[in-house]
Unconditional design. Structure first.
Length: 377
């Protein structure tokens, strides 16, 4: 008998830049010309059916004008299309177009696009570089930092994926002006979540400047983009692989992701998260971790951001309770929740433990007691 030890110790620098600004298409091309991804000349531009005409076609033209080979790979917009089937279709189209390991993926769009394109990049040819060009507030708040990539399945969201870091992220604030108001509100849910878990001053800033967000005030929008990156980076740099601290970024997501799925993705991610946050602050108050005034302040800010905080009438609440068990924080069949400590902090139950087991009966009571939406989205 003989044993052979395979030593694979390695140090990897996955650092990257996040550039925030306005109309960054030319900056993207210039960075590529300056060696952002080495000497790669072939670029697969992955986008959705909405962003295609707004931004992707322009970037395609600029890339070709600069002498690069580039092609569009477009899938139908919407969270319901962030699936293994869509990923397979993109991969097959890339293969048919002659893309191999000597290429780079440009993900242009919101969080659905960056999630799916990043996952594709991580597995295509066993890993090719990719660049994120975020065109939504939701992507700027949630998808720009951290390297989480994934697809959804009928049974659960974001459980099929990997950690894979981009070469650079561009947050194009100018693109926010093209978004429907409902999409802006959806992005604000992740922004409010960041304030709730890490920064009371930022929470107060959002409360005071919400009207300026809707008029796309330059200074306010830039501050929001930068604070989202700062807060998420502060967490991710300490726990890239979600072994402990990074779980706090799932604040509100236990109920939020479940209600998003049960709604058949009729609710946008941020809308479902908002309802999840409204459920979470009720739970936090019940457990004695926040005052009634703090609970109401969070719900008020969500409503100020034009987000729902009540459960739509078409949601089966018992089905919603069952769907909680598909949450990635579930351990040994036990529900686990991230809980706020007031506004701007998270309860740490033990050293490095930020999610606490919650009995189903308690979670069910919170869900059953929540108000029903007066008007369904």
């Amino acid at each position: 008998m003989h044993n052979f030890h395979v030593s694979l110790k390695k140090v990897v620098d996955d650092s990257y830049e996040i550039e925030t600004g306005y109309a960054l298409e030319k900056s993207l091309v210039k960075d590529i010309q300056n060696g952002l991804v080495g000497d790669i000349r072939k670029f697969a531009i992955v986008t959705d059916s909405i962003v295609k005409e707004l931004y992707a076609e322009k970037i395609l033209h600029l890339m070709k004008q600069a002498g690069y080979q580039a092609d569009l790979f477009v899938f139908e917009a919407g969270e319901k299309n962030k699936t293994r089937k869509t990923k397979e279709a993109v991969e097959d189209a890339m293969l048919a177009s002659g893309y191999r390991r000597d290429c780079c993926i440009l993900a242009i769009g919101g969080g659905v696009v960056t999630d799916l394109a990043g996952f594709t990049a991580g597995t295509y040819g066993r890993g090719i570089p990719f660049i994120n060009y975020a065109t939504t507030l939701l992507a700027a708040a949630d998808a720009s930092v951290g390297g989480k990539t994934a697809v959804d399945t009928p049974l659960a969201t974001n459980l099929i994926g990997l950690f894979y870091q981009p070469k650079k992220v561009y947050i194009d604030i100018a693109a926010w002006r093209t978004l429907p108001r409902r999409q802006i509100a959806s992005g604000l849910a992740e922004t409010i979540k960041h304030a709730c878990l890490a920064d009371r001053d930022f929470f107060d800033y959002l409360t005071q400047h919400m009207d300026a967000i809707w008029t796309f005030d330059t200074a306010v929008c830039e501050h929001i983009a930068q604070e989202n990156c700062r807060i998420k980076y502060t967490v991710v740099m300490q726990d890239e692989r979600e072994n402990g601290l990074r779980e706090i970024l799932n604040l509100g997501h236990t109920v939020g992701r479940a209600i998003e799925t049960v709604s058949g993705y009729r609710l946008l991610h941020g809308e479902a998260l908002s309802i999840g946050l409204a459920a979470e602050v009720r739970l936090s108050h019940q457990l004695g971790h926040m005052t009634e005034a703090e609970q109401n302040a969070v719900i008020c800010l969500l409503e100020q951001a034009k987000l729902p905080t009540a459960i739509p009438s078409y949601i089966d609440r018992e089905e919603l309770v069952k769907k909680l068990y598909t949450d990635k924080k579930v351990r040994n069949g036990t529900l686990r929740f991230v809980i706020q400590k007031g506004i701007g902090q998270i309860v740490e139950y033990a050293d490095g433990v930020f999610a606490v087991p919650i009995e189903e009966a308690i979670a069910r009571a919170i869900i059953m007691d929540m108000p029903q939406a007066a008007q369904d989205l």
